[in-house]
Design a protein. Structure first.
Length: 145
């Protein structure tokens, strides 16, 4: 019996106008090649030194290598197939992102996928509204003194 996981990864950026004030959505589909005779729901790993039953978990991560930033991260367990939705925001500019799918149980089962460059336009500024509110609260504090 071969318990080494073979994971197929597909991804799609939800189309739309990307701005710095709206979240960008990345749909990721994960499917595991499970043998027909194997129990499909059994995702336990062979780990004789682990104190209990160990499940094969996967970390789905979106990051930008040039700035060394992680934008979104989720931990999932894939029994047969799974769809994951990742949301993140980006500042104005062009961004070259990577999708990482990392297994916490098996060495060499990870995926490192380059995404198409994303052009992000400047979004609406909400900073001016926040600064107006903070100015008002400062005045109230001075009155209370």
């Amino acid at each position: 019996m071969n318990s080494y996981p073979t994971l197929d990864v597909t991804h799609e950026l939800v189309k739309g106008e990307y701005t710095s004030s709206t979240p960008i959505v990345l749909q990721v589909s994960l499917s595991r090649d499970a043998d027909e005779e194997d129990d499909e729901d059994d995702v336990s790993v062979v780990a004789p030194y682990f104190p209990g039953k160990k499940l094969a978990n996967w970390w789905v991560v979106v990051g930008e290598q040039s700035t060394r930033q992680l934008l979104s991260i989720k931990r999932v367990t894939v029994s047969k197939s799974l769809n994951v939705k990742l949301e993140f925001t980006l500042p104005k500019g062009t961004h070259a992102l990577k999708l990482y799918v990392i297994c916490d149980s098996y060495v060499g089962a990870d995926h490192d996928i380059n995404l198409e460059p994303i052009e992000v336009a400047e979004g609406e500024d909400s900073d001016s509204d926040e600064s107006d509110e903070s100015d008002g609260s400062e005045d109230e504090m001075e009155v209370e003194k």
